[in-house]
Design a protein around this ligand. Structure first.
Ligand SMILES: [Mg+2]
Length: 116
């Protein structure tokens, strides 16, 4: 097995752990957590996001594996993704599958996220 393959497998594992943490939060709540653990589901999601980020950095730090985007390209891609998600949140509100008050209510955390 080559280094690239090994790191890509590690990335898939971390993505699966992130999926599991998100699934637990959606099933039982962000403020809940494993009764045998010391962290909340929200904290587990952040931890797994950081694990995924670490693997992405290991992969993009090695130009033999993948050519890393420039900082400008990375910020542009992130900005475009945020705009796309917001656009589809508006569409979901129009479709009635997303409740408007959870996006635009100033007292809600999603509203802070919406403001960027
Ligand atoms: Mg992990």
């Amino acid at each position: 097995m080559k280094k690239a393959e090994h790191l890509l497998i590690c990335l898939t594992e971390e993505c699966a752990e992130l999926q599991q943490a998100i699934s637990k939060a959606l099933r039982f709540g962000l403020d809940d957590g494993n009764p045998n653990g010391t962290t909340t589901n929200a904290q587990d999601i952040i931890r797994e996001c950081l694990d995924v980020t670490a693997l992405i950095e290991l992969i993009t730090d090695d130009e033999a594996i993948v050519e890393s985007p420039s900082t400008e390209e990375a910020f542009k891609a992130i900005k475009e993704k945020k705009e796309k998600v917001k656009k589809y949140m508006d569409y979901a509100i129009k479709r009635g599958t997303l409740e408007r008050e959870y996006v635009y209510d100033d007292s809600d955390s999603f509203a802070d996220w919406e403001k960027g």
